[in-house]
Design a protein around this ligand. Structure first.
Ligand SMILES: [Zn+2]
Length: 474
């Protein structure tokens, strides 16, 4: 039993259970324990197994789930529920973007709603999310990645991070829609850059930066339709280095009628096939790193009548040939993604024109989701290059070109009734004063049912005004 006690004290319960089962088996095998002892051991093993199972589930909580639980434990039930509800609402109403996408977000305790972005990826493509908080930013940002099989099924979470971890890289397991939800902690403060990119999964297999190197695509007919092209052809002058797209071990080197001089590299649960080489620089069993020279471009095998090119194929375990193009790109890339420089924007802006469209994404090619009129305020949530991600007074989120916006000018609003002065454009927010009928006050514009009005003393407050209260133009 001493052995049992020692193994129960081990921190990893799953390992401990395995260890105990083995120990029990040995003890039983050598008949060094009595029959009743055997049952005691079996019960103990079952208990340990149950404990391991329980803790395994606890350990699988995402940082998002853990933060929600932490709020509950700190007796911030209302905050926790609000935080969770906003997360669910955001996930149900994603904004479509194309990658790469980046935005700069000013985090203020009062304006911390989560945002969910949607985009399509092909199987095996990478999704990379990077978080760059500015110095002294006091925030956790919870990033959750979901795969949407179809409209009828709930999005399936496939990855999570908290901002401290800075970066997450996930390979798409299926072709389809993916969601990225970004939610700051409830009292966050600071500045945060967020980038969602899709770096190429593998390196380009030929040392060439020329355009149009890839000329024959995956899946096109071969031998008069008898078979499909199980790779891509990359054209380059004879002698151009053929380089490993991914690290692995050289499994085979050969010279065959179809592929000519060829190299197979096994790695990352896939086999990489390089064919029609002019010369081969590796031997079976060699370990290669990404970018290592495997040989040179040629036209051996059945390519003897065509210009020198590399036939490059990727074969996935238990699946066969897959299209390499989305995974390696069209030429060797030399630059990495860098965050664009963006200027901050004020929290509240209005439009320069009489009317402007809000779009579903940061591009003129996306659809208009709603329109806004002059005098309406837009709440700026983030800056995405030349575009702003904003919210309208009826809580519609969309993008507007920054060039269409301006700092709102003041006009004078004459109040016809007594109003309460709210801290935020929300009637559940703190009341910070009163407006009286007859007050003539500078106003910046309207946001839904609220007008942003300057109180005597220079403090801004929100008045929930009747519809007919319109500022006089001055
Ligand atoms: Zn080919």
């Amino acid at each position: 039993m001493l052995g049992m006690a020692a193994c129960a004290a081990r921190p990893n319960l799953l390992l401990a259970t395995c260890y105990c089962v083995r120990l029990a088996n040995e003890l039983i095998l050598y008949q060094s324990v009595s029959i009743s002892m055997k049952y005691v051991l079996i019960i103990l093993i079952a208990l340990l197994g149950a404990a391991a199972w329980y803790f395994k589930d606890r350990m699988l909580l995402s940082p998002h789930d853990s933060y929600y639980s932490a709020l509950l434990r700190e007796n911030l039930k209302a905050t926790a529920e609000q935080w969770k509800m906003e997360a669910e609402q955001s996930l149900a109403a994603p904004l479509r973007i194309s990658l790469p996408y980046s935005e700069r977000r000013l985090l203020e305790a009062d304006y911390l709603q989560p945002i969910t972005f949607a985009f399509d990826r092909k199987m095996d493509e990478l999704i990379q999310i990077s978080i760059f908080p500015s110095i002294n930013t006091r925030a956790d940002v919870f990033v959750d990645v979901f795969y949407v099989r179809d409209a009828a099924t709930e999005p399936k979470r496939i990855g999570s991070i908290a901002a401290r971890e800075q970066q997450i890289k996930i390979a798409a397991e299926h072709t389809g829609q993916y969601l990225v939800r970004i939610q700051p902690s409830h009292a966050a403060q600071g500045l945060m850059d967020i980038a969602i990119t899709s770096p190429l999964r593998y390196g380009f297999p030929v040392d060439t930066e020329r355009e149009n190197a890839v000329q024959s695509l995956f899946g096109v007919d071969r031998d008069g339709g008898a078979r499909r092209h199980e790779g891509i052809d990359i054209f380059a002058p004879r002698g151009t280095p053929v380089i490993a797209a991914e690290a692995g071990q050289v499994a085979r080197v050969g010279d065959t009628p179809r592929g000519g001089k060829n190299v197979w590299v096994r790695g990352d649960q896939r086999s990489f096939y390089y064919a029609h080489l002019d010369s081969i620089a590796v031997s079976p069993g060699d370990s290669v790193v990404r970018g290592e020279v495997l040989g040179t471009v040629g036209n051996t095998g059945n390519a003897v009548t065509t210009n020198p090119h590399l036939h490059f194929g990727i074969y996935k375990f238990a699946q066969g040939a897959i299209d390499p193009l989305p995974l390696v790109g069209r030429k060797k890339l030399v630059t990495n993604y860098t965050l664009p420089q963006v200027e901050l924007a004020p929290r509240w802006l209005s439009i320069k024109t009489d009317k402007a469209n809000l779009r579903s994404g940061p591009s003129l090619k996306t659809v208009a989701v709603t329109s806004v009129m002059r005098g309406e305020l837009l709440q700026v949530d983030a800056i995405a290059g030349e575009w702003l991600r904003v919210k309208t007074g009826n809580r519609t989120t969309g993008f507007i070109a920054r060039s269409l916006t301006e700092i709102p000018s003041e006009s004078i609003l004459t109040l016809t009734e007594n109003y309460v002065a709210f801290y935020l454009p929300d009637e559940f927010s703190p009341v910070i004063g009163n407006f009286s009928a007859g007050d003539k006050l500078p106003t910046m514009g309207r946001f839904g049912e609220f007008a942003l009005v300057k109180l005597p003393g220079g403090v801004y407050a929100w008045a929930k005004v009747a519809k007919q209260e319109k500022p006089a133009q001055n």
